[in-house]
Ligand binder design. Structure first.
Ligand code: MN
Length: 291
């Protein structure tokens, strides 16, 4: 098996606020070649690196807004998030949990810090990904998967640590999330000097985000906390070694290779479909959700 080489290591960009609750470094679509096509089907990645929010009786977050044509995946590393959407999906995701929302034909949703957590405040750390849907699934019904940390299969790597699988497969263990196209998403939780080997098809869009600690990739590329690693779409195998106790989000998905036409909260294949999305939104076809 050929080595999958690092193409570029991307430092976190200046953070900006999404609503008043998410202080994020945007990696996709961003600079460093990471437009919506480069990591297809991962079309957006916002990372709220560790940030302290003070206590408040009015939870911070993002109010009601629509999505169509893709999925939003929220991974809570620290803090708690409460979601609600117009299809009746929603709930609270706690530390280590994942919310996988299929917006597909369209939902309205809102995303806030969970009320009790917000009262106390504390360190908040979260990833939100947008995953594009294949053309044939873009107008399928909305769906919501709440995935508790305890439901994720893990692969024990002995003294190296372990890998916790959200979706896809690692060493024949599968993650609980159902996906519309092949998506491998997992957390490698490694102890100091711990190593983990990965192998994905050469053409898959593959990347890492260092959530905690620091690592060396393929014995020669040093990567610090909050940095993103984009791999070449060639070769299959790579290795991570933790230089201290580390948590690494591993992403690898099969490119859809379909046209992307996006505007704001809608990601479709053509301009006509975006105009339709705005029409449907403006005429109430996304349902109703209270502020
Ligand atoms: Mn949203």
């Amino acid at each position: 098996m050929a080595i999958k080489k690092v193409e570029i290591i991307v430092p976190p960009r200046e953070p900006h606020f999404v609503g008043d609750g998410f202080r994020v470094h945007n990696f996709i679509p961003g600079g460093f070649r990471l437009d919506m096509k480069r990591m297809d089907p991962f079309i957006m990645l916002d990372y709220n690196s560790k940030f302290h929010f003070s206590g408040t009786d009015k939870p911070r977050g993002v109010g009601v807004h629509p999505h169509r044509g893709f999925e939003t995946v929220t991974i809570a590393y620290q803090g708690r998030v409460e979601h609600g959407d117009s299809s009746g999906g929603g709930g609270i995701i706690g530390e280590g949990d994942v919310q996988w929302m299929t917006a597909a034909s369209g939902v309205l949703h809102k995303e806030f810090h969970e009320t009790e957590w917000a009262k106390k405040g504390g360190i908040f750390q979260m990833v939100q990904l947008w995953i594009n849907l294949p053309t044939k699934d873009k107008m399928s019904p909305p769906k919501y998967q709440a995935i508790k940390n305890s439901e994720m299969n893990t692969v024990d790597l002995g003294e190296n640590g372990f890998v916790e699988i959200i979706s896809g497969e690692y060493q024949s263990e599968k993650g609980p999330a159902s996906t519309f196209s092949p998506i491998n998403m997992m957390n490698a939780k490694l102890k100091k000097n711990g190593r983990a080997d990965f192998s994905f098809p050469a053409n898959f869009s593959t990347a890492l985000l260092v959530i905690e600690g620091s690592i060396t990739v393929n014995d020669n590329e040093k990567v610090l906390t909050d940095h993103f690693v984009l791999f070449e779409n060639e070769g299959e195998a790579f290795q991570i070694e933790a230089t201290e106790d580390s948590v690494v989000l591993v992403l690898s998905g099969q490119p859809l290779n379909e046209p992307i036409f996006s505007h704001g909260p809608f990601v479709m294949n053509s301009k006509q479909e975006i105009i339709q999305a705005f029409d449907d939104f403006n005429t109430g076809k996304f349902g109703y959700l209270e502020d």
